[in-house]
Write a protein that binds this ligand. Structure first.
Ligand code: SF4
Ligand code: SF4
Length: 408
């Protein structure tokens, strides 16, 4: 079966869920983009209604481009309509007959760019300098990237190179860490903290260099065939680890959602659903240890107030907020949920110049909460949520795993 046939076939299945729409409008009241701009016609009309009414593949709802794939609509829908999937499949169909912009090509292919950067000695330093110059000269702005934002800087060493230098205590109990692009190339400290936490819990951490980007940036920019190639590679790796009885754990909620749920929703292959059973988000895995009475809770006191922004893509995984509960066990730590909805960043959405204002408007509630909460630290499990918190909230956030690591 060709990749195109596969995506189109899935389209027919998602269409069936469109027929379950009751027009209750729950998705509309939960859509952060619809609240931020009148230009977006909203999940009900763009997703199920348009997909039921359209007469040809070329007939694409013109406000579709505003959807950020935050998935709030899917969570709100009482009828199981795959609204965000309908939107992403419709977007992919549009790009089968329309060219991508240079900006979208760049935003979708972060992994490719990082690989090029790391081919050269001091590549990260020169690339970071180049991005600063590019911003100052308005080059990114002319490409349609929000000039107000800094592109995330490359870390001097990737997580995969840093991992080689970590001395671990060998153990029978093992997990494979899936770093994803952002942790590997921009925020490797999160991966290092994860390894240390797992070691404190008696696990040895492995990595698999054959994994590639989960494909989330490709899906939201309409490169669905490429995303399917990534899915096939990653799923085959996950299944190999599954056969060995070793779970795969991710620290970025958009990566874990993609590996666990979105592959199945978008491409509907049996192997993807089987692989999903072997993938966990980091705190989901730690919560399992906690339930079994196996979580190391010998914490030292930290005396810190934390404001926790729960990413949309964590909420979509439906396992609650175990990070808040686990961090709350650390003596002296007080965790408060920001409860301020979507941060507005949604992966690469907030980097687009034409979406910047919408992104910042969506984030206003969270920025306000950050200001009034006056916490010692803001925490969030998603790398791009942390970028938005840094940009709009003017604080330096971290991943909850970094706090847990400090407590050991
Ligand atoms: S995925 Fe998010 S932005 Fe897109 S329609 Fe649903 S709620 Fe709105
Ligand atoms: S929440 Fe679901 S059922 Fe209600 S309008 Fe939206 S898609 Fe239709």
């Amino acid at each position: 079966m060709s990749e195109t046939t596969n995506a189109v076939q899935k389209k027919a299945e998602a269409m069936l869920t469109a027929d379950h729409c009751l027009s209750c409008t729950s998705c509309m009241s939960s859509c952060p983009v619809m609240e931020a701009t009148k230009e977006y016609r909203g999940p009900k009309l763009v997703g199920p209604a348009h997909n039921r009414m359209r007469f040809s593949q070329e007939d694409v709802e013109e406000s579709l481009d505003f959807c950020s794939n935050c998935k709030s609509c899917d969570r709100a829908c009482p009828s199981g309509v795959e609204v965000s999937t309908l939107n992403m499949l419709q977007r992919a169909e549009y790009y089968r007959t329309h060219p991508h912009s240079q900006r979208d090509d760049m935003l979708a292919h972060g992994e490719r760019m990082a690989k090029m950067v790391r081919m050269f000695p001091m590549g990260a330093t020169f690339a970071n300098l180049g991005m600063k110059i590019g911003k100052a000269l308005g080059i990114f702005g002319s490409m349609g990237i929000a000039g107000e934002r800094d592109m995330p800087a490359y870390a001097s060493s990737s997580f995969l190179s840093m991992f080689k230098g970590i001395q671990q205590k060998p153990s029978e109990k093992k997990v494979v860490f899936y770093p994803g692009c952002f942790i590997n190339d921009n925020n490797p400290e999160v991966g290092v903290a994860f390894v240390k936490v797992m070691q404190k819990n008696g696990y040895e951490v492995l990595v698999d260099e054959k994994f590639n980007c989960c494909g989330s940036p490709l899906v939201v920019t309409g490169y669905l065939d490429e995303a399917l190639e990534h899915a096939h590679n990653n799923v085959s790796r996950i299944l190999e680890w599954k056969r060995k009885g070793i779970p795969v754990v991710a620290c970025c909620t958009s990566c874990s959602l993609m590996l666990k749920k979105e592959y199945g929703e978008l491409f509907d292959e049996e192997e993807m659903k089987e692989a999903a059973e072997n993938v966990y988000d980091a705190f989901e895995f730690l919560a399992m240890l906690e339930e079994e009475g196996k979580l190391n809770t010998e914490f030292k006191s930290l005396s810190q107030s934390l404001l926790y922004h729960v990413p949309c893509h964590l909420k979509s995984q439906g396992f609650g907020t175990p990070a808040a509960r686990i961090l709350g066990k650390i003596p002296g730590v007080k965790v408060e949920l920001a409860d301020a909805g979507c941060c507005g960043m949604s992966g690469n959405y907030g980097f687009k110049q034409d979406k910047y204002e919408i992104s910042m408007k969506i984030g206003e509630e969270l920025f306000g909460r950050i200001k009034t909460a006056n916490a010692d630290k803001v925490i969030s499990d998603c790398g791009t949520c942390r970028l938005q918190i840094q940009h709009g909230g003017h604080v330096e956030p971290c991943h909850p795993i970094e706090i847990l690591e400090k407590a050991y």
